[in-house]
Design a protein around this ligand. Sequence first.
Ligand SMILES: NC(=O)c1ccc[n+]([C@@H]2O[C@H](COP(=O)([O-])OP(=O)(O)OC[C@H]3O[C@@H](n4cnc5c(N)ncnc54)[C@H](O)[C@@H]3O)[C@@H](O)[C@H]2O)c1
Length: 368
Amino acid sequence: MLVWNVGPPRSVGAFLVSEGSARHDASGSLMARRPIILSLTNMHESGMRLLRASAEVRMASAVDPATLRREVVGADALIIRTGGKVDAALLDCGKDLKVVGRHGVGYDQIDVEAATERGIQVVNTPGANTESVCEHVFAMMIGLSKHFPRMTAELAAGNFLFRTKMTGRDIYGRTLGIVGFGRIGRRVGEVAHAAFKMKVLYNDIVPIPPEAEARAAARRASFEEVLEASEYVTLHVPLDASTRHMIDRAALARMRPDAILINCARGSVVVESAVAEALDAGRLWGYASDVFEVEPPPADHPLIGRPDVLLTPHSAAQTVEGLSNMATGIAQDVLGVLRGEPPRNPVNDPSLVNANRRRLGLAALSSF
Ligand SMILES: NC(=O)c1ccc[n+]([C@@H]2O[C@H](COP(=O)([O-])OP(=O)(O)OC[C@H]3O[C@@H](n4cnc5c(N)ncnc54)[C@H](O)[C@@H]3O)[C@@H](O)[C@H]2O)c1
């Protein structure tokens, strides 16, 4: 069982805040002023309490670029969830920014390179929602295997006897292919093996420790083999240049017609129109997804309302536990960086961030 670090808040102490609003004026001296944190999102009270105890928290009134560029002025830190984008133009308006916190794991909506160049630390909360997303994946695998969307609709239409028209299937003992064997992928593999005796194949671009493979009795395979051999394919990669549209027409053509594809990673990892085509042609058993290429998806989205598709609105991590872990995790790390402590979960290299700060005439964020 994963236990996120929710220990007592570290001492309030002094914060690394700059006097005045222009970054080039920053003296980096430790001052009594409470830092200003612009939050683009509501978050679980556990995290809000930590932030408010030590900082002035300003809630963004909207997440469109123009509003954010206005409201970031004077902020020492920014916290983002799924809404909004942190690009170079926004960072240029936030001259006092020292840290950007991603409430969650994927940071594809943050221009990390631009932050590094400007001497801004980026932190996130890896592991905080691993269990939540893992359970969501099994809810989807099992829900589609038992035709939940179709059965629910038929029952609501008064067609109780539909139970005799469609046969579900068990996931027990079937083959599961995992693309991206990181925190979530490995946990999905472990549960699949331990609870359902599934045969686990995985593909990743980095070496995986043998102990991690052993916990899931998982075998490394090529991307092509994972697609061709699996009755369930679940995606757990970050969205980047190597994964954007990795499940395209060609990839779908490799999959078994009795396969179910699950996407709790990012919408743009798949080509949604190609998934709809494969379903229409009977070349795929079902698709389950928590994420969309465009969020929120348009009402006429080709995958919405289909009985062979199970969709949720990017809610896999939206559990009491997931929300609390992400909120406390990001609050602790953002406040820690503002206090001059080394980041616990850096997305960009802290020594590079500090080197760029020195180059720009800014005080280092931490002393290591
Ligand atoms: N639906 C949600 O609410 C939700 C919640 C949490 C995370 N996510 C998404 O899930 C992703 C994975 O989360 P995690 O905590 O497991 O991250 P992680 O960084 O621990 O694991 C990602 C794994 O993918 C691998 N990978 C990267 N590029 C690859 C490629 N081209 N082919 C194969 N493998 C590749 C990495 O090497 C790594 O092992 C996140 O980046 C995020 O986008 C979604």
